[in-house]
Write a new protein. Structure first.
Length: 206
């Protein structure tokens, strides 16, 4: 419905003012986590608009502000209240919205795209078939632990983990790092320990 309103508005504007359709700039509302508070967002959006104009599709991008709090919850509340941005970055909760047929099937657009259809890897194509309202042009995320090379070269326990990652070999390595190398911790990760994805990617193999 929103697409139809935009096209109708452009046709009326063209008839009334004589402005060519190519000169019109439809507005696209974009909501993306933390983008409305990012000091670099304005410059980022300007680059997108410049590139779109150069490609023959001028557009004005409006950043939608998200109330503070749980992002996924706030987005769901926004959509359920009838305020549906044109482009949405989801961080969970999209399945409930999709079940109400509020999201567009993006597969026809991808099929007609100039670039996206050619850069989707097999995993992303399968993901699109399962979630046709989501396009995430990225390969599967693979996390890997790293260690200082000089420690790796001088600690047999480090080489043991590399060839045989078990609970016992990890324990021996962390003990050596603290006792022999003066490390304060056996392991460090970004963020808080409740972001277990990084720990899982390291220890699931053990």
């Amino acid at each position: 419905m929103k697409k139809h309103r935009i096209v109708l508005w452009l046709m009326v504007a063209m008839l009334v003012t004589g402005v060519a359709l190519a000169d019109a700039q439809p507005k696209v509302r974009l909501v993306l986590k933390d983008l409305d508070t990012d000091p670099n967002a304005a410059q980022f959006i300007q680059l997108i608009e410049k590139g779109m104009a150069a490609a023959g599709t001028p557009v004005k991008i409006e950043i939608v502000k998200v109330p503070s709090g749980n992002y996924a919850e706030k987005i769901s509340l926004m959509i359920m209240s009838g305020d549906i941005p044109d482009i949405i970055y989801f961080q969970g909760g999209d399945d409930k919205i999709a079940m109400q047929n509020l999201l567009e099937d993006l597969r026809p657009y991808v099929a007609k795209s100039k670039y996206i259809k050619n850069v989707l890897d097999p995993h992303s194509k399968t993901r699109l078939e399962s979630y046709p309202y989501l396009v995430w042009v990225a390969p599967p995320r693979v996390r890997a632990p790293v260690i200082r090379k000089d420690w790796f070269d001088t600690l047999p326990s480090a080489k043991a983990v590399a060839t045989n990652p078990t609970v016992d070999t990890y324990y021996a390595l962390f003990k050596d790092l603290v006792q022999k190398k003066g490390a304060k911790f056996g392991i460090s990760i970004t963020g808080a320990t409740n972001g277990v994805e990084e720990l899982d990617s390291i220890f699931d193999g053990a």
